[in-house]
Design a binder for this molecule. Structure first.
Ligand code: SOE
Length: 382
């Protein structure tokens, strides 16, 4: 098998489809919202979704229908016994470790939802297990796949910001703002000890480190649980988190993440300020990038004629044809499959990124538990 990504040169768009000889067989574990998103991307990438597993044997067919799989399998073992190449893990966080370990042990490549695991030890264990098995492990930090994010990364690497002075931003949602809004993520026994930071703060930190190439070295955080109980059940995970941090390069920054911010749906905003130039990216307006200057600030748009090569590689549609969340997901899955087929796609978030994220989540929890004490993120030189 050889990687068969086709580039449509006429439209300068990266079309993520494989020729028939490279069709991968994939299976999806979990039939919720993320299972559907993964399933769509698998189909767009030309894979055959041979099966799905649900939260119980009885829900296998429902999971298959949700994800677009050919059929349901009653157990994970049944699905792993097939000649499936890749397993997508879209189950609640507390099951990621077990499902992923079983898949790796069966010789399958894995795309596992974030957070990769609910503890640092488990996440680093999965990174090691994938490495030892020689299998691909990918984690959908998919915002890396917006072309304007790649454009931002290229411009920062080219020095367009001058000296980067500060990083700030937020990731705000409102789907858990109601007094009785429920989800398995709210319950720490299924979602893990952090909810909002693990679920969406993790995206912001990954994106920031990805575009700057700099790492968060130390962090001071506060957590707040506004809805102390939901439907009469006590809540132990945070509704929102705030943090300030400094990076290995000495840049300072702040972030607010919340799932109880009425009116904000999936609003990740990142601003990079520099002495020569500043940039602002809004995930809900992903085809544009604010490029600030002391004079003549601009709004850059996703025009394949002007994109840097790294951004053009993940571009999917001609200028003026809006791209969004599912497109970014499609590009991520296409790159994951290219890695399975032997490529080394630039910027693919792998299990090392998932383990890195677990370190940051853990640092936030430890800081908040110690009255916002500064915590050095393990592996940082400070
Ligand atoms: C729910 O908070 C969620 O679906 C996250 O789990 C995703 O990672 C994010 O992309 C959108 O919101």
């Amino acid at each position: 098998r050889s990687a068969g990504l086709l580039l449509d040169r006429a439209q300068k768009c990266h079309i993520a489809s494989f020729d028939v000889s490279t069709k991968l067989k994939v299976g999806i574990v979990g039939g919720g919202f993320m299972g559907r998103v993964h399933g769509r991307s698998a189909l767009v990438s030309g894979a055959q979704i041979v099966g799905a597993v649900g939260s119980s044997p009885a829900r296998a067919e429902a999971a298959a229908e949700a994800s677009g799989a050919e059929r349901g399998y009653e157990t994970l073992a049944d699905l792993l016994a097939t000649d499936v190449d890749v397993i997508h893990v879209c189950t609640p966080n507390n099951t990621h470790r077990e499902v992923t370990l079983q898949a790796l042990a069966a010789g399958k490549h894995v795309v596992c939802e974030k957070p990769l695991a609910t503890s640092v030890a488990d996440a680093t264990g999965l990174e090691a297990a994938a490495h030892e098995a020689g299998l691909v492990g990918a984690v959908p930090f998919v915002y890396r796949y917006h072309p304007m994010v790649r454009e931002l990364r290229a411009r920062l690497a080219a020095g367009e910001a001058g000296v980067i002075t500060s990083l700030h931003g937020s990731y705000l949602q409102d789907w858990l703002a109601g007094a009785d809004d429920q989800n398995w993520r709210v319950d720490d026994s299924t979602g893990g000890p952090s909810r909002t930071f693990a679920d969406i703060g993790s995206h912001w930190c990954d994106l920031t480190e990805f575009v700057t190439g700099d790492k968060i070295a130390a962090i001071s955080a506060q957590l707040r649980t506004v809805r102390g109980e939901r439907g009469g059940v006590p809540v132990r995970t945070e509704d929102l988190a705030t943090a300030q941090f400094r990076t290995e390069a000495g840049v300072v920054g702040t972030i607010v993440v919340s799932q109880v911010a009425a009116g904000r749906k999936n609003r990740l905003y990142l601003e990079v300020s520099g002495t020569e130039g500043s940039f602002g990216f809004d995930q809900e307006d992903p085809d544009r990038l604010w490029a600030g200057r002391r004079t003549a600030s601009q709004i850059l748009t996703r025009d394949p004629d002007t994109l840097s090569p790294g951004a053009a590689r993940v571009n999917r549609l001609p200028a003026g044809h809006a791209q969004g969340y599912q497109d970014a997901f499609d590009s991520f899955v296409a790159d994951s499959y290219a890695a399975v087929l032997g490529d080394r796609p630039d910027g693919l978030p792998d299990f090392a990124a998932g383990a890195r994220s677990a370190q940051l989540i853990d640092a936030v929890l430890r800081s908040a538990a110690a009255d916002s004490a500064w915590i050095t993120v393990p592996g940082s030189p400070i």
